[in-house]
Design a binder for this molecule. Sequence first.
Ligand code: HEM
Length: 208
Amino acid sequence: MQQGDIRFVKMLVLVNGLTPLALLVWDQSRHRLGANPQNFLILTTGMMTLIFLMLTMAVTPVRKVFGLNWLIQLRRMFGLFAFFYGCLHFLCFYSLDRAFSLSSTLHEIVARQYLWFGITALLAMVPLAITSTNGMIKRLGGKRWRALHRLAYVAAIAGAVHFFMQVKADVRLPLAFAALLAVLLGYRLLDWWRRSKRAPATAAAVKS
Ligand code: HEM
């Protein structure tokens, strides 16, 4: 794919990523967020966080299976959108549900197990966002950067568990997210296993 084309695709991702936020702001300004706008804002930003986390996790498997190497150039945007909506989600909870009370927020997080997973997911994304720049990749070195970015798995798994634990009755959607994540992580595990099997064989061939 040409550089101009990838710039266009990135612009599409940017517009699509910001559209849910624009719609939330627009609907909120016209009091059209339903009977419980606070809850609607928390749920929608939570859903956007999870969707972008899944997109981030899907980049490598889809790129390898379909040979779409240019997809790698979108991974940082997906990850940053996940972090952005994750921060908004937390901010909505902190402001609308906990009335900006730090002690009440901490108390609630300690008291509710589904929030342990939510906060774990959000905290796991902090170092990922901080080290997402080209300068940080250079400073850390590829190997250490890749090791640190395994935290993305922690964020995705904890986010999916948080979603599963907070639903009251219908678990179909959380299960669908969990199944998708299992497929994406399963692919990575298989890929790692195949490569680790190949590595000793290559080393033996070089020696002989
Ligand atoms: C990466 C981190 C997180 C992800 C992926 C995430 C995702 C989600 C999702 C998908 C939902 C349900 C949306 C729906 O039903 O449509 C949700 C609900 C919720 N999340 Fe999170 N969340 C995260 C972090 C947090 C954090 C840090 C907090 C607060 C400390 C939090 C508090 C809540 C609350 C209060 C609800 C609504 C529960 C209810 O109304 O029953 N989340 N989250």
